[in-house]
Design a protein around this ligand. Structure first.
Ligand code: FAD
Length: 458
């Protein structure tokens, strides 16, 4: 990128300290956690931006985008860079727009809606919300570091999803404002169903600058670990608890042995050979859960009060995609898939996978509520990676046996499995980013030439 662009952007912001060009800094802020995938590692290693810009408000973003639109400079938005799909990795250089400085919680309304800027860390929002009797409906296991804007841009759900579904469900994202990448960038408000135009579009069709996020009343939680000698017994018990509507829970995660052996800091709660379930359950119902677990033949290896994100051990640190991180620490050959099993045939589906792939797949189940209110066995199974062909064979086998796969080894919105069949994200990109400069290459059904040929972006 020419030095002219750098000095133009410095003069737009009026503050050189927020335009970063040091190669090591730019490289660090061009990366995310794509390296969980050996396939993406090959594709994305070495992709870097030319500079990083750190705006502090929406007006500055409008000014930067106006300049970049005119000069054909691509812009990739970054929250905290904890995504796993290489969502925040700039494929064509240009500007990384780092929103970490836009970290203000404006308010938490009396009816439980947080209004905030995109750079607010989810952990901060959870802590502040709990002070006034609310908490997040769902959050990724990266809660401490990840930003609210990045969760909307690239995340899907996590802890809490067993009760409240994913981020896209149940009107959790009430509204958002985004800045467009038009010749004259606008701030557009999307509310109700229209949030789905921008949600999980990886920052390809607007820069989210303000968020209205619905919360849920805070609960006094406890953590509990239960071990079983057989995986099918562990799975049966976890399913029973997850699907029991009378129990208030935030997390039901089931790990096949040897996955618990990877969790070195909590090894004392993971007896050799035991298949474990990690629970976050309302403190009032902890005794009930413990009694039911013992009746079902389970051994309680840990239980204790949860007092926020500093609680030790913090069981959520081993769940969702943190499980993959612990496996990778133990053996870098591990990678993962993101699956949705059919609640009616899940046991059969798991058996087929085991018969075909043996220990190449290890079951890590995460129960979550779907958009219709049914609690289903989601999964982030570990996969012992050998070749890309073998990985694709496993994905095809899953799909043939009715297991939904959101493929985490692709670097585009469409391939990841959360693309909207009604094309609303693409239509928004055509309207708001007609030149295709926002996170280029990540929405592969978009064609700038087609938008230009139809004449108008509106
Ligand atoms: P980033 O990685 O910075 O950005 C994500 C995407 O959103 C990028 O495409 C970026 O361009 C876009 N974006 C960022 N900010 C904006 C904005 N303001 N406007 C428009 N687009 C924007 N994810 C889950 O959903 N659930 C999990 O349980 C989970 N567990 C994880 C565990 C580990 C160990 C790791 C490494 C990742 C995990 N993830 C999980 C993925 C990721 O941590 C979350 O999705 C997180 O919410 C992303 O937030 P971020 O601020 O890091 O976003």
């Amino acid at each position: 990128m020419s030095l002219d662009h750098v000095s133009a952007i410095v003069s737009i912001l009026g503050d050189a300290s927020r335009v970063l060009t040091h190669p090591q800094v730019v490289e660090r802020l061009s990366r995310d956690f794509y390296w969980y995938s050996p396939v993406l590692r090959k594709q994305l290693d070495g992709k870097v931006a030319d500079l990083v810009v750190q705006p502090t408000d929406a007006a500055e973003i409008q000014n930067v985008l106006r300049y970049c639109q005119r000069e054909d400079v691509s812009v990739t938005v970054r929250g905290a860079g904890t995504g796993n799909y290489g969502q925040a990795v700039p494929l064509q250089g240009g500007v990384v727009l780092d929103l970490a400085r836009m970290d203000r919680i404006e308010s938490i309304t009396p009816d439980g809606v947080a209004v905030c800027q995109p750079g607010v860390r989810l952990g901060m929002l959870e802590t502040e919300a709990r002070k006034v009797g609310w908490e997040l409906r769902c959050y990724p296991s990266t809660i401490v570091k990840a930003s609210v804007g990045g969760f909307l841009g690239g995340g899907s759900g996590g802890i809490g999803s067993v009760a409240h579904g994913g981020l896209r469900d149940f009107n959790t994202v009430r509204a958002l404002e985004a800045v467009t990448m038009e010749a004259e960038p606008r701030i557009v408000l999307h509310k109700g169903d229209a949030v789905h135009d921008i949600l999980h579009a990886w920052g390809t069709n607007g820069v989210i600058t303000r968020i209205w996020l619905a919360l849920t009343p805070a609960v006094e939680w406890s953590q509990c670990v239960v071990g079983f000698d057989r995986f099918d017994a562990a799975f049966d018990f976890s399913e029973r608890i997850a699907t029991d509507p009378s129990l208030t829970k935030r997390l039901v995660t089931t790990f096949e042995w040897p996955i618990p052996s990877f969790f070195t800091p909590v090894k004392q709660y993971a007896p050799q050979g035991k298949h474990l379930i990690f629970f976050l359950i309302s403190s009032q119902q902890l005794a009930l859960l413990e009694e039911a677990a013992q009746d079902a033949g389970g051994e309680i290896t840990y239980s204790g009060a949860y007092s926020g994100l500093r609680t030790l051990p913090l069981l959520s640190d081993y769940t969702w995609n943190h499980t993959t991180l612990w496996a990778l620490k133990s053996d870098p050959a591990y990678t993962y898939l993101q699956c949705g099993f059919d609640p009616a045939t899940v046991r059969d589906q798991m058996r087929q996978l085991r018969d075909r792939f043996g220990q190449e797949i290890l079951f890590h189940m995460e129960f979550m509520k779907n958009g219709s209110g049914q609690v289903i066995p989601g999964a982030i199974p570990l996969v012992y990676y050998t070749t890309e062909e073998r990985l694709n064979e496993m994905i095809a086998f899953c799909r043939d046996s009715g297991v939904f796969v959101a493929n985490p080894h692709v670097n585009n919105v469409e391939g990841g499995g959360r693309y909207r069949a009604d094309n609303v994200q693409l239509l928004a990109k055509q309207r708001y980013d007609p030149k295709g400069l926002l996170n280029p290459g990540k929405m592969i059904t978009f064609r700038a030439e087609e938008v230009a040929a139809t004449g108008s972006s509106r």
